[in-house]
Design a protein around this ligand. Structure first.
Ligand SMILES: NC(=O)C1=CN([C@@H]2O[C@H](COP(=O)(O)OP(=O)(O)OC[C@H]3O[C@@H](n4cnc5c(N)ncnc54)[C@H](O)[C@@H]3O)[C@@H](O)[C@H]2O)C=CC1
Ligand SMILES: O=C([O-])CC(=O)C(=O)O
Length: 315
């Protein structure tokens, strides 16, 4: 059985704690390494009493970051500040860009072969930041860096299943593009099992999926953004990365990755995961005319967010 070390950076946060709890249950993880700048001794002590396979270690503050990362096969990064009502994800750039830059630089130094999943927003920019940092360190492999967009898929699955009376657990809606507003592109023409909607319903569902993060931010009224559903989504993505590493065939997830499929140099599509991370980009596939227009509308914003991230590191 796979003996993976998985590190969670930002493990004491709203996402980090429930994510770590879900990961603790995995049979594929032998070592769960929890890093944060606050509270990791307590979170690690608490989780370490659960009688599942993974050994849990806690690491606190920058001087313990190296040991947290050494030998990691998968690194998940939910470190950084969340939105408050009235903010866009891009408003988080000033705080989160340097957090992601420094954590990814430490990954390059301590676990250069790890698969890295970045959750910290704005994902459309934090992935280009991570890529530039890894390039500078000489360890960049585009097959090993992923922006985690699984929550968009989880939401689309839920909303479509509710609308059509399907089982949410087996409904599958691919979501492509990026992870902010109009860059989130649910492919309602490609739902499995196959369903059809009229134009108004497609419009309403698309907007709800695009604005779902804001729906949670408003409902939490200043107490942050999605944490529990995000932990569920990140755990699903992590389990898929681990199953790929373990050699399971046909593992597919949507993720925001380096891409030459559109004018945006990073773009989320379904990707096939395997022993070295991304094995094959499965592409955009056949789109409806409505979805093609959504892609066209998303490209300028994606390109601007990518450029902003790249320039943050290279300038
Ligand atoms: N990709 C996605 O779909 C989603 C992304 N997010 C993003 O995830 C991030 C985290 O959200 P929450 O967990 O709700 O925030 P939170 O504030 O509850 O937790 C963040 C954690 O990061 C830690 N942290 C801050 N600086 C750090 C550093 N330099 N090194 C290590 N840890 C550090 C904090 O101590 C805290 O424990 C936000 O940027 C949020 O926008 C949230 C939901 C969905
Ligand atoms: O909306 C936010 O700020 C957090 C997030 O990315 C989401 O819930 O999709």
């Amino acid at each position: 059985m796979l003996k993976a070390k998985v590190a969670v950076l930002g493990a004491s946060g709203g996402i980090g704690q429930p994510l770590s709890l879900l990961l603790k249950k995995s049979k594929l993880i032998s070592h769960l390494s929890l890093y944060d700048v606050a509270n990791t001794p307590g979170v690690a002590a608490d989780l370490s009493h659960i009688n599942s396979r993974a050994k849990v270690t806690g690491h606190l503050g920058p001087e313990q970051l190296g040991e947290a990362l050494q030998g990691s096969d998968v690194v998940l990064i939910p470190a950084g500040v969340p939105r408050k009502p009235g903010m866009t994800r891009d408003d988080l750039f000033n705080t989160n860009a340097s957090i992601v830059r420094d954590l990814v630089a430490a990954c390059a130094q301590n676990c250069p072969k790890a698969l890295i999943g970045v959750i910290s927003n704005p994902v459309n920019s934090t992935i280009p930041i991570a890529a530039e940092v890894l390039k500078k360190a000489g360890t960049y492999d585009p097959a090993r860096l992923f922006g985690v967009t699984t929550l968009d898929v989880v939401r689309a699955n839920t909303f479509v299943a509710e609308a059509k009376g399907l089982d949410p657990a087996t409904t599958d809606v691919p979501v492509i593009g990026g992870h902010a507003g109009i860059t989130i592109i649910p492919l309602l023409s490609r739902v499995n099992p196959s369903v059809s909607f009229d134009k108004d319903h497609i419009d309403a569902l698309t907007k709800r999926i695009q604005d779902a993060g804001t729906e949670v931010v408003k409902a939490k009224a200043g107490a942050g953004s999605a944490t529990l559903s995000m932990a569920f989504a990140a755990a699903r993505f992590a389990f898929s990365l681990l199953e790929g590493l373990a050699g399971k065939p046909d593992v597919v997830e949507c993720a925001y990755v380096q891409s030459d499929l559109t004018e945006a140099s990073y773009f989320a599509t379904p990707v096939h995961l395997g022993k070295n991370g991304l094995v094959k980009n499965l592409g955009l596939g056949k789109l409806s005319a409505y979805e093609e227009d959504l892609v066209k509308a998303a490209i300028p914003e994606l390109k601007a967010s990518i450029k902003k991230g790249q320039e943050f590191v290279t300038k």
